[in-house]
Design a protein around this ligand. Structure first.
Ligand code: BTN
Length: 250
């Protein structure tokens, strides 16, 4: 059910997935900057074909982008990460970090996931737009995380509830912070903050590639938002996939 439309943000009470919903609008010609915000998702989509567990009390939003130049999903996702961290700090004072490439970390656990998806125009044989999806866990007052993720996921306010209009203020602020970066995304200035927020720099990690587990140390973030690592004494950059921090044994 549509509750209201303000600016170009459509607010829904419940939807299967805001990314899916906005993709359907995009195919009907909806313009850049249209956003969808939902209180609940019944089939949230995650990265790497996974589902995204959506608490009852969350902020689920998707923003439609029609970049004129190339689609750089890594940069767009990284920009969204910086926008979310800045927006949360501005509204709550809480400081979050970013785990490359797109997880927002609060008190050592995942608070928010980001998924950018493209729509391919088969007639023009090119991508026509991108839908940027952001899911922030706001509060566990109306439910809790399932056992599989309860040790790695968290919400902003735990069992407490924020003010009634907090979610929409946060959605608005994320939207504004994102477009401030996106307008000049090519200057890549936002990467300075991305590097500051990165929780992986200096950490020992592993990742899977070519059916093999690789061990490496994270050196930093390059100018395309790739992860710079040191593996077998060689510097490399990873531009996709997922890495996991290696726990130290004592
Ligand atoms: C991830 O961490 O795997 C990415 C999760 C992205 C979730 C958001 S919630 C709003 C938008 N709609 C979806 O179906 N997914 C994204």
């Amino acid at each position: 059910m549509v509750i209201y439309v303000e600016k170009n943000i459509i607010h829904l009470s419940e939807i299967d997935s805001t990314n899916r919903y906005l993709k359907a609008l995009a195919m009907q010609g909806e313009g850049e900057g249209t956003a969808v915000v939902a209180d609940r998702q019944t089939a949230g989509r995650g990265r790497l074909g996974r589902s995204f567990y959506s608490l009852h009390n969350g902020l689920y939003m998707s923003i439609l982008l029609r970049p004129e130049e190339s689609f750089d999903f890594l940069l767009i996702t990284a920009a969204a990460g910086v926008a979310v961290v800045r927006a949360i700090e501005a509204l709550t004072g809480f400081k979050c970090g970013i785990k490359w490439v797109n997880d927002i970390i609060f008190k050592g656990k995942k608070l928010c996931g980001i998924l950018a998806e493209g729509i391919f125009d088969t007639e023009k044989n090119k991508l026509s737009c991108a839908v940027l999806g952001i899911g922030v866990n706001i509060s566990e007052s109306e439910g809790k995380f399932p056992d599989e993720i309860k040790d790695i996921a968290c919400s902003l306010f735990g069992k407490n509830e924020p003010d009634k209009d907090f979610k929409l203020r946060l959605a608005d602020r994320i939207f504004e912070e994102f477009f401030l970066i996106y307008e000049n995304i090519r200057d890549k200035k936002f990467l300075e903050d991305y590097r500051k927020y990165s929780v992986l720099t200096g950490k020992d990690i592993y990742y899977f590639s070519g059916g093999k587990k690789h061990f490496a140390k994270v050196l930093g973030i390059d100018d395309n938002a790739g992860l710079i690592i040191l593996e077998d004494n060689t510097e490399k950059v990873i531009s996709s996939g997922e890495v996991t921090v290696r726990e130290r044994r004592v």
